[in-house]
Write a protein that binds this ligand. Structure first.
Ligand code: ADP
Length: 591
């Protein structure tokens, strides 16, 4: 049995628990996968929007170049330079102030006596444009180089978006981003994007460089420069005509109008992803455009954010969850559902395992009992057979001449044969009943009379063995509808047990009571009583409460099984109760 339990534990229970543990783990991974999917989706949205904005800025840059070429027309560039400010402001709505600078550092426009914006512009940018001062700028030159060999300006600069190596003491500066996207935490957790502890995500990809204007221009044909003045971003587009590369035409972009250009891009993009909100965050991390219009969030903590680039440094597209609690709720529900399923599965496996185990234990017990039964029955057969053989041999020898003795021996042979027949009948009965083949012949008869008859038959034998028989039977007939022989067998089995298990106090009492619609027949003795703990099991097949060897009482463990089966087949029962004052009380209930 212990071996079976061990095999069961190793082959079923432990693997099931391991599976449950793996399932619970994969549940956690599942959540990570979900978060990752969410992250990828929103990152895609932020990248796409930032990409569109960057593309629009590149278009505006190109548009500015075309406007300059259109303004120049057939005129000589140096003739246009002094009036460039007024003309570009009129021709291109995005221009706030126009400027023209020679590479030698001469600021030709705007005029110092021009508009208020123009004067302010000169004040702020003169030194930088005329190469008298290096300032911290972000810049790029998206279009290829121009042929500047006549300027003798040294080596050509690298292609678009690359930072050229600058002469002198120019230096680059990394800055922290305005926002701290939540995705950073996820990325660190999942070890997908950055190793833990990395703060790369916090550092802006837009790099500030200290440079003079001519370094910014380099060999490129056009480009943009962004610089911060009093914490406000100023964006300048510049362009050189191939006709006079010494002259640089530029414009400071009108911030409000630029925003008008960019806002629809945010709004267009946002509708594509339900559940998400989008914001265009400016250099101070405030939303300059948002979708949906009512979007309100902790602007510094977007779910993900993408920087727009060097043209608008420190501007970002932030993606926000419209209902952050909803995704937490969904994740919780998923976790709960799967967790419950796993729990149910484990309970089902455990219950199933237990049932199989219990059944196996029962089968093993029955197998054990059958083995005991075989040895009991063999013993039971052997005893009468030995007597029969011995006495028949004595008689066959012809040495016994005394008639009295011969009769006594023949009587013994007859009793032992009857015992053998009873035993074999019992086994056959049980086998029949076990196969459900036993048929009952129902008839109405007086149970009191049956009891009386049975007692009359048994009385001489019992009294001969020193028993005192008492009975309490009602004077009136007690009619029942049952198989007479079968009920007689029940009574006989129980009475025979009372005889077998009575030790010194040889007292048997039989009571019959007719109740309301039912009948109770009790057989009471003053014997050893059923050993404690075996009260229920004595009705199981082959079960013996008194071991043959220890108690010296012979038996097959089938008497009560048969008796109870007969009682139940009649819609009644056979029960056991310990008798007050010692002994047993077996009750046959019939309806
Ligand atoms: P058997 O008597 O052949 O062992 P039974 O099915 O008739 O088988 O009885 C089962 C067990 O019930 C017995 O082994 C015995 O332990 C217990 N038992 C039955 N009748 C009595 C009784 N009158 N007093 C004490 N124990 C009894």
């Amino acid at each position: 049995m212990r071996k079976v339990a061990l095999v069961f534990l190793l082959a079923v229970l432990l693997p099931s628990l391991a599976l449950a543990w793996l399932a619970a783990r994969s549940l956690r991974d599942q959540q990570l996968v979900l978060e990752r999917q969410q992250f990828m989706l929103s990152q895609g949205l932020a990248d796409a929007t930032a990409g569109k904005i960057a593309a629009r800025l590149a278009e505006l840059q190109g548009e500015f170049g075309s406007r300059v070429e259109a303004l120049l027309g057939s005129r000589a560039p140096e003739a246009v330079a002094p009036v460039f400010d007024q003309e570009i402001v009129r021709a291109w709505p995005l221009a706030q102030v126009g400027f023209a600078v020679s590479l030698k550092g001469e600021v030709l426009a705007p005029s110092l006596v021009g508009s208020k914006e123009a004067r302010q512009f000169r004040l702020e940018n003169d030194k930088f444009l005329s190469n008298r001062e290096s300032v911290e700028v972000y810049w790029n030159s998206p279009k290829g180089v121009v042929n500047l060999s006549q300027l003798n300006r040294g080596k050509a600069l690298a292609g678009a978006f690359e930072q050229p190596a600058l002469p002198g003491k120019s230096q680059t500066k990394n800055q922290l981003r305005n926002v701290l996207p939540q995705q950073q935490e996820f990325a660190t957790q999942a070890l997908v994007i950055d190793p833990p502890g990395s703060n790369e995500q916090q550092i802006s990809k837009a790099v500030a460089t200290e440079a003079e204007f001519r370094h910014v221009v380099g060999d490129a044909q056009e480009g943009s420069v962004a610089r911060f003045l009093q914490d406000r971003l100023h964006l300048l587009f510049w362009y050189r005509s191939a006709r006079d590369p010494n002259l640089v035409f530029g414009a400071q972009v009108h911030p409000a109008r630029l925003l008008e250009e960019l806002r629809p891009l945010v709004e267009d993009q946002a509708g594509a992803q339900p559940g998400w909100g989008l914001a265009l965050l400016n250099e101070s991390g405030k939303p300059d455009a948002r979708w949906p219009a009512a979007l309100n969030a902790d602007w510094k903590r977007p779910f993900v954010a993408t920087e727009i680039g060097d043209v608008l440094p420190h501007w970002e597209v932030g993606v926000y969850l419209l209902d952050p609690a909803a995704s937490v709720r969904a994740a919780e529900t998923l976790k709960l559902t799967l967790g419950l399923l796993i729990a149910i599965l484990v309970v089902a496996i455990a219950t199933g395992s237990w049932l199989i185990f219990a059944d196996m234990r029962r089968q093993l017990r029955v197998a054990q009992q059958k083995t005991d039964f075989v040895s009991n029955v063999s013993h039971e057969l052997k005893t009468p057979l030995t007597s029969i053989r011995m006495f028949s041999e004595l008689l066959a020898d012809g040495r016994i001449t005394d008639d009295g003795k011969r009769r006594a021996y023949l009587q013994i042979i007859s009793t032992e044969t009857a015992r053998l027949t009873r035993l074999i009948n019992g086994v056959l009965d049980f086998a029949r009943m076990d196969r459900g083949e036993r048929k009952y012949r129902y008839e109405s008869f007086d149970l009191a009379e049956l009891v009386r008859e049975t007692l009359d038959t048994l009385q001489p034998q019992l009294e001969g063995a020193g028993f005192q028989i008492e009975h309490a039977l009602p004077p009136a007939p007690v009619m029942v509808n049952a198989d007479r022989d079968a009920i007689a067998q029940v009574l006989l089995n129980v009475l025979s047990n009372a005889e077998k298990y009575s030790m010194d106090r040889k007292d048997i009492r039989v009571e019959l009571e007719a109740l309301q619609g039912a009948v109770e027949l009790r057989v009471l003795d003053r014997g050893s009583g059923v050993p404690t703990g075996c009260e229920k099991r004595i009705f199981e097949q082959f079960y013996r409460g008194h071991d043959s060897l220890d108690s010296g009482v012979q038996g097959s463990g089938l008497g009560l099984t048969l008796a109870r089966q007969i009682a139940r087949a009649h819609g009644g029962d056979l029960t056991y109760n310990a008798r007050d004052g010692g002994g047993s009380c077996f009750t046959l209930h019939l309806k």
